[in-house]
Design a protein around this ligand. Structure first.
Ligand SMILES: [Zn+2]
Length: 288
């Protein structure tokens, strides 16, 4: 077990960046040259198909999985938790370190003495939710799509190591960049209104053919391209993050779930059973 208040024993700050709804193939198509400096971009699979359960899972310490064959789940979890030794620059973290609470921010804060901060974009993750446990600060950003505003608020300390969760919304529907006027966002019947009510979890589902055409393939292709464009933009913001973080900072970049752009009649994420809603990018490392 890790001794109490052992932050001096951990050498790294840890930043977990979650591009909301970002599909693996959108991420790869954007060719993010800055992000690639962290390491190899892996295709992994999310444990959940929408924002809240997926973030709970990430904050319980389980990153998107590799879908390994011929292993027991418990063995995979144990092995996966050992990665926190690399992430935090510690030597003795194991699965049982997080038991019984199974919640990474509380473990980092209470046991390892980290300063813990969350900056979230999606209102379903707001500070009143149960996710806000073990954090020194937890903030729902003013705009749902401005990672740069998060980076500008980040402060690191010499005395205490820091953990940051950044939930990034540029890759979420409607895939709008922060300087793009709202009247230029693509308007989709139904979905847009839902998003205005900031109810992320109902964005998505099986497309219904009605008299009025709900989605056409050209519009879906436009949306897919907008998500790729959002990743390109975020790659520039990640460069600013790299410039800001102290040397001893480990960064993990992933997504909470994928997104459907018309495949087999689906759009979005949430109540969808389709391989593309599980497929997410995963890349992590320390800058040399
Ligand atoms: Zn999400």
């Amino acid at each position: 077990m890790v001794p109490k208040k052992a932050s001096s024993a951990c050498r790294n700050n840890f930043v977990l960046v979650v591009f909301d709804s970002c599909r693996y193939d959108s991420f790869v198509r954007a060719r993010p040259r800055n992000i690639k400096r962290l390491g190899k971009i892996e295709r992994r699979w999310s444990y959940a198909t929408w924002t809240s359960p997926s973030h709970y899972n990430l904050l319980s310490g389980l990153m998107p999985h590799t879908s390994p064959k011929n292993v027991y789940a418990s063995e995979y979890y144990k092995k996966d938790f050992l990665c926190f030794n690399d992430r935090l620059g510690c030597d003795n973290i194991e699965f049982r370190s997080l038991v019984p609470r199974m919640y990474l921010p509380a473990f980092l804060h209470d046991t390892l003495g980290y300063r813990t901060h969350a900056k979230v974009s999606l209102p379903v993750l707001n500070p009143r939710t149960l996710l806000n446990t073990g954090f020194d600060s937890y903030r729902l950003m003013e705009k749902h799509n401005d990672m740069r505003a998060m980076v500008r608020e980040m402060r690191f300390s010499e005395e205490q190591k820091s953990f940051f969760l950044l939930n990034v919304g540029e890759t979420h529907y409607p895939y709008a960049l922060p300087d793009e006027p709202q009247e230029q966002w693509p308007r989709i019947s139904g979905v847009h209104g839902v998003f205005k009510h900031l109810d992320d979890h109902v964005v998505g589902g099986k497309l219904v053919t009605r008299k009025e055409k709900f989605f056409d393939s050209a519009k879906l292709e436009l949306l897919r391209k907008r998500q790729i464009r959002a990743v390109k933009h975020l790659d520039g913001v990640v460069e600013e993050l790299f410039d800001l973080v102290p040397k001893n900072t480990y960064i993990t970049i992933t997504a909470d779930h994928g997104e459907l752009f018309g495949e087999d009649g689906y759009f979005g994420h949430g109540p969808i059973q389709h391989p593309k809603v599980w497929e997410v990018p995963f890349v992590e490392g320390k800058l040399r």
